[in-house]
Design a protein around this ligand. Sequence first.
Ligand code: FMN
Length: 493
Amino acid sequence: MIHDNLKPFLEELERAGELVRITEPVSVRLEMAEIADRVMKQPDGGKALLFERPVLDDGTVSAFPVGINVFGSLRRMAMALGVERIEEHAERLAGLLQPDIPRGFWAKVQLLPKLAELARVPPRDYGRRPPCQEVVLEGEDVDLRRLPVMTSWPKDAGPFITMPMVITKDPETGVQNLGMYRMQVTGPRTTFMHWQRHKGGAAHYRKYQALGISRMPVAVALGADANTMYTPTAPLPPGIDEFLFSGFLRRQPVPLAPARSEELRVPAEAEVVLEGYVDTTEAPGIEGPCGDHTGFYTPPDRFPVFHVERITHRQGAVYPSTIVGRPPMEDYYLGAATERLFLPLLRMVLPEVVDYHMPAEGIFHNLVLVSIRKEYPGHARKVMNGLWGQGLMSLAKVIVVVDHCVDVKRPAEAWWYALNNIDPERDVCFTYGPADDLDHAARGPAYGSKMGIDGTAKLPEEGVDRVRPWPEVIAMDEAVRRKVDELWGRLGL
Ligand SMILES: Cc1cc2nc3c(=O)[nH]c(=O)nc-3n(C[C@H](O)[C@H](O)[C@H](O)COP(=O)(O)O)c2cc1C
């Protein structure tokens, strides 16, 4: 089901028994996070929550209910993307990326609808006054403290907006970027903008600086249709418009409207929009600490200040939020969607990749398990190097490569296979490269070492003792399996 905005999605979740309303007053300072954390740790991610009476720091109840954990299970993630299984979108993407160019005129004509699918989905103008601007607050009326912004952990430097869609634009091309970067609220009209150096927003910021343009317009949308809310977390290549990607997922364009400042285009169906600017000549301030998705507090660091000039919102807007902390959390499921959707893209450059998986405990960049169809000596190392050369995959700290027979979505199976197959000195390699900004163990900020583990079965050319052949994995005889399948029901087991 395709939703126009956040509310119909919440209603669908409720009908499906996937959402619990919390009517008790709950403080946005720590209490809400403690409840959400316990729920996110439940099997399969627990339920989505709608806190109807968020209590602000001054003791008043916020006018904005808080939706949290709405993406926090595979089922809800699929519902958000309007499919039964996330893989359906991966299959559509694969079809677009590798269309079998058919022979013959009529066959080619039949290909056109596939290509037309993309042409149909660029964002379109909403046309009328957009719902996200039903209420417009300017000047002294702009007060971020009226929003139910959560403080998640006791040593956090303050409240953080955790589920923003940060919209910036390339000052030269005008192409917009959408990224999810946490925003520490520091006053009624200021926040920090925590775009890390490898991210699209930071690249735009550097470009404004290089061009000597001090006013960098920034808009932050909170809540929209669920597809669009997912896209700022997706590591799309620079220059690819997230709204186009969202249109592809929705199978219909995302309606956009000019922000009131007219500098950027925002999702017309957003719940709340913060409009303002970053002054690229202003010295960055000290952001953090912040309890992060590593499960540790990220230490204070310098980030630019976002000046909020205007808040617009729907009547009765819902404020979307999440918490990050020790995994598993809601962001694991957002990442799981990315993992599935990006497999066809990865296969375009590394066709030998059968599957890959980033387990929750590896918090994305710490561990990537990859299965490949191995064909020649050194193949696993070729894949590691290929992965370290791909976009944000370049931040991966540990890559483990196994053979195609292994289901890497089961980390225990991948480790069993790899650990059996390695001679550590021969099969573990180290290299250096960019590290995730959040990697506190790296030797320097955003730079560190990486480890590749070749857990594939070795070929004679890979330094294997030729006297002892590589052993076979144990597997039961198929005929016996079938017979026991038939017997099973009668065994009382
Ligand atoms: C809940 C959540 C919070 C995130 N917080 C940040 C953040 O504070 N800073 C950051 O650079 N990336 C953060 N990310 C990751 C980015 O959203 C992600 O890398 C995305 O691909 C960035 O988009 P971009 O490549 O267009 O910049 C967060 C992701 C999630 C799911």
